[in-house]
Write a new protein. Structure first.
Length: 453
């Protein structure tokens, strides 16, 4: 009985996180819909691609279109267009296919069911909007639960308030508006948290090193865990190009599992087995990116294409449509965004960049007497964060830094640590109790950014 009660505690906490995440998402989705009705649109690209040739087929269809128009601005225009019409223009290669494929799959499945019932309540346009918003709603809620689980896997001895605060910060993060609309951020974060959680739970189960003289169930179970994690992280690669950087965590896994200073204890069978499994994981993670590039090459670079000369990237030694499109159509490149008229965008991104810089500076990279001992499992997370921070600061359109870093777990761990340290009482979970002015300002920024966004 005691074991059962103990096992039910984490489930109860996750259920609490799940209910709170659902409530927060409903409030944010309603706020976006209402704001779209009350506030004139700055981005009018939705009207240009509103598919006027497909009139509403029912009052419900018209209501869905109007209610969800606010979820299809900016990059969402491209994702909804790809979901309905495919990659019709070269510049669309900047957007990876997993989200449009998922939306199209849902629309086709529901459409086939409706066809059997001989009813048609929604047009393709409305079905795409509803599927995209619904998919991201579920992804954010499940992402909060997975982040809660990941936090427990990395820091099992941290207070339970810390894990809960981390998950709820993800739900109210400044990037929440991007997690709600038809962007890739919500699904990307879900598969990232999920894959990393599986990876480190596998590590925790198989460390310290067991005897593998007979490669039996232990080796097989670990291989399943690694390949499962690789498969989930491969889905994140199919959503955003930065997903390939999760290969860093598999390198870290090797160092944790087989410390270099103990290499003499390795057997040849252990080395060959681990190298083989890691090679398969690398292939799995990179497969979506390679497949996306192959699709672009076969579409634009074959001799049958009369417009091949318009795609100079086809003649490169390693043709890369993604990099070419980002540079040509979006002017993405090293320091290309450092222009005087972009100062407002730098100010918009300043809070998340300052938080990131502060966290990375405070992290004890090297042991010292002046800094507390670090959790070794945090090192790859902070290295990954450092890479993303430098990329956002020097290469990307800097204003996207807020959503670009939205799937970075240590960002929420750092903020949760600040908030909990500022509380005067740890007896009950009251988010705003005893906050220092700077920390209250941090939360106020989160809510303000969501409203402005």
């Amino acid at each position: 009985m005691t074991r059962g009660r103990r096992g039910s505690i984490p489930t109860t906490r996750r259920w609490s996180v799940l209910k709170t995440a659902v409530a927060l998402r409903l409030a944010i989705v309603a706020a976006i819909a209402i704001a779209d009705i009350l506030v004139p649109d700055y981005d009018t690209s939705t009207e240009l691609l509103d598919y006027g040739a497909e009139p509403p087929v029912s009052p419900l269809d018209e209501f869905v279109r109007r209610a969800l128009r606010g979820f299809s601005h900016w990059d969402a225009v491209y994702f909804t267009h790809i979901a309905q019409h495919g990659y019709t223009f070269e510049q669309f290669q900047a957007f990876f296919p997993c989200l449009p494929l998922a939306i199209r799959g849902i629309v086709n499945a529901v459409g086939a069911f409706a066809f059997q019932l001989k009813v048609r309540w929604l047009s393709t346009r409305a079905a795409i909007l509803l599927s995209g918003v619904g998919l991201n709603f579920v992804a954010v809620v499940l992402g909060a639960v997975e982040l809660h689980k990941l936090s427990r896997a990395i820091m099992p001895n941290a207070p339970r308030e810390f894990h809960r605060t981390t998950a709820l910060l993800y739900c109210i993060a400044p990037a929440s508006v991007f997690l709600s609309v038809i962007y890739t951020e919500a699904l990307y974060a879900l598969f990232s948290f999920w894959g990393l959680r599986i990876l480190f739970e596998t590590l925790n189960r198989h460390m310290p090193k067991s005897s593998w003289r007979a490669l039996g169930r232990i080796a097989s179970a670990e291989a399943v865990g690694l390949l499962t994690a690789a498969g989930l992280l491969a889905l994140s690669v199919g959503l955003r190009s930065t997903g390939f950087t999760y290969g860093l965590f598999f390198v870290a896994y090797l160092f944790y599992r087989f410390p270099p200073l103990q290499f003499r204890r390795w057997s040849l069978a252990e080395c060959l087995w681990m190298v083989g499994v890691m090679a398969v994981c690398a292939v799995v993670i990179l497969a979506p990116m390679v497949a996306n590039q192959y699709f672009a090459y076969s579409r634009y670079c074959t001799d049958e294409n009369p417009n091949r000369h318009l795609s100079p990237w086809c003649d490169d030694f390693l043709p890369n449509a993604y990099s070419y499109v980002q540079a040509k159509y979006w002017e993405v490149g090293f320091l290309r965004y450092y222009q005087f008229h972009q100062i407002p965008n730098f100010l918009l991104a300043a809070p998340v960049l300052v938080i990131s810089a502060s966290a990375l500076f405070r992290f004890p990279w090297l042991p010292s007497a002046s800094k507390p001992a670090r959790n070794p499992l945090l090192v790859p997370f902070y290295l990954h964060w450092l890479f993303l921070f430098c990329t956002a600061l020097t290469i990307l359109h800097v204003q996207v830094a807020t959503r670009f870093l939205s799937a970075t777990p240590p960002l929420y761990w750092f903020i949760a640590d600040l908030l909990l340290k500022s509380r005067r009482s740890r007896e009950t979970y009251v988010l705003f109790r005893g906050l220092a002015p700077a920390h209250f300002g941090l939360l106020a920024f989160c809510f303000t950014y969501m409203v402005v966004g």
